[in-house]
Design a protein around this ligand. Structure first.
Ligand SMILES: [Zn+2]
Length: 460
């Protein structure tokens, strides 16, 4: 049974973790599965970064996206996004592995060493087998290294925060993977735990890079500059492919646009808050809900579709969605093929919900395909759909939506899969079925995870 903390979070404990979440949130609904995945993610993180003695990590699950959706604080505390519509496109296991690596590293790495930045983020992305899910790290890094977007390692070490985000994280992960492949994890860990971080105010970065670059580093016993040369020569042997370059460019474009959306349309998502046990009422309010305007919901659902297409190597389709989203975020309207279909689908679900609330059977039947979901008949004071994702097919669509209802059969964040058909001028609902949440790792990702040198511990 969860316990209620003094500041209003529910808490469920596992052997290594305290999971905290808001009552009635998606996390509260799924907490049993979340707890299982979280312990597996802890085990995964622990295979790369050994735990220095017993450790209890507190993980807060917030039902909204902020930045990329995960942050680790000092003092064994993590804040994660757990939302039904995660427009950052990261699954729970990936957030957990990444942030738990940071939490474990905080204890493992020597004071004054490079816990964050290049190696810290690199080892987190490496252990997850990708930044936003499972990604072909070395193929993408090979394409990057052959391009003019490559950032020298010492620039990343000395000015991490001002570099292109996806490029910086990818280089870190690829470099860490290369070191572990070449020197073994024991020597890598010695290197990681001791390599000094640059002084905070660096007036002459080039001088520091030259001096540091020539010093042999502990563990691997070679200077940083030589490691960088060897690593890039190895990347060249991986034969970078145009298809990897195109996928990487689409990922960079996607997340540049996510950040732009946050700045323009979801400003709460640009807040990097203090640890949740220090939140005031305003922060609780901001983090307790996602953006809810109909336009924001659809733009976020389009981001979800773009990420899914990218994951399925549909780069052209990803870019087509991003083209429309770019215009939509600028104008806050929908004019393209995707946007107009999304609007039509949202209108159909809103119409059906209004018919239920008003107990208007005729109106209900107009938005329902013949043989579709039967008239509920019972009275509801509230009945609302929220769209989380849409898959478009010719003249048909699948909407993933959650239902809130007060009345005959109350519902709180109940997930549904709704199929729709397009008829001239509008959409009709063909089926609506409640679905179970499944937090397991998509099986098709396992291949790439193993090619990245990571043996995935999740059962099939
Ligand atoms: Zn990180």
């Amino acid at each position: 049974m969860p316990r209620l903390t003094t500041d209003g979070w529910l808490e469920t404990a596992t052997p290594h973790l305290r999971l905290r979440y808001y009552p009635q949130s998606a996390a509260a609904r799924d907490i049993d599965q979340v707890a299982v995945v979280a312990e597996k993610a802890y085990a995964r993180a622990n295979t790369v970064i050994p735990a220095n003695g017993p450790l209890m990590v507190t993980i807060y699950l917030a039902p909204r996206v902020f930045w990329q959706g995960g942050v680790t604080y000092d003092g064994n505390t993590i804040l994660l996004t757990y939302a039904d519509r995660n427009y950052a496109g990261v699954e729970l296991w990936a957030y957990l592995v990444h942030e738990l690596v940071h939490a474990l590293a905080g204890h493992y790495v020597h004071r004054g060493s490079e816990v964050g930045g290049l190696l810290g983020e690199g080892v987190a992305v490496y252990t997850t087998s990708g930044h936003y899910g499972v990604e072909p790290i070395q193929q993408w890094a090979a394409a990057l290294s052959a391009s003019n977007q490559y950032i020298p390692l010492c620039t990343l070490r000395t000015a991490w925060d001002t570099q292109q985000h996806e490029v910086a994280y990818l280089e870190g992960a690829s470099f860490v993977d290369y070191l572990i492949r070449t020197y073994g994890s024991e020597r890598f860990l010695q290197f990681y735990a001791h390599v000094p971080s640059p002084p905070p105010a660096l007036r002459d970065r080039n001088l520091w890079c030259r001096n540091q670059g020539d010093l042999p580093v502990s563990g691997v016993g070679r200077p940083y500059s030589q490691l960088e040369t060897e690593w890039r020569a190895w990347l060249q042997q991986q034969r970078p492919q145009p298809v990897d370059q195109a996928a990487l460019q689409a990922q960079i474009r996607l997340y540049d646009l996510v950040r732009q959306y946050q700045q323009q349309r979801d400003p709460a998502a640009r807040i990097l808050p203090p640890p949740p046990n220090q939140w005031n009422a305003r922060l609780h309010t901001l983090f307790a809900a996602p953006a809810i305007t109909p336009t924001a919901v659809l733009q976020e659902a389009m981001f979800v579709a773009a990420k899914r297409n990218l994951d399925q190597h549909q780069v052209a389709q990803t870019n087509a969605i991003l083209d429309e989203l770019t215009g939509s975020i600028a104008t806050n309207t929908f004019t393209g093929t995707f946007g107009l279909a999304y609007r039509g689908i949202q209108a159909a679900l809103d119409e059906q919900a209004a018919a239920v609330r008003l107990h208007d059977r005729q109106r209900y039947q107009q938005v329902t395909l013949l043989g579709g979901p039967s008239w509920p008949g019972a009275l509801y004071t509230d009945y609302r759909w929220t769209i989380n994702a849409i898959t478009l097919n010719p003249n048909a669509a699948i909407a993933e939506a959650t239902l809130q209802a007060q009345g005959a059969l109350p519902a709180t964040n109940v997930p549904y899969r709704i199929t729709l058909r397009q008829i001239p001028g509008r959409w009709q609902i063909a089926t609506a079925e409640q679905v179970a949440v499944d937090l397991s790792l998509p099986p098709q990702s396992k291949d790439i995870a193993q090619r990245n040198g990571v043996l995935w511990p999740f059962p099939e």
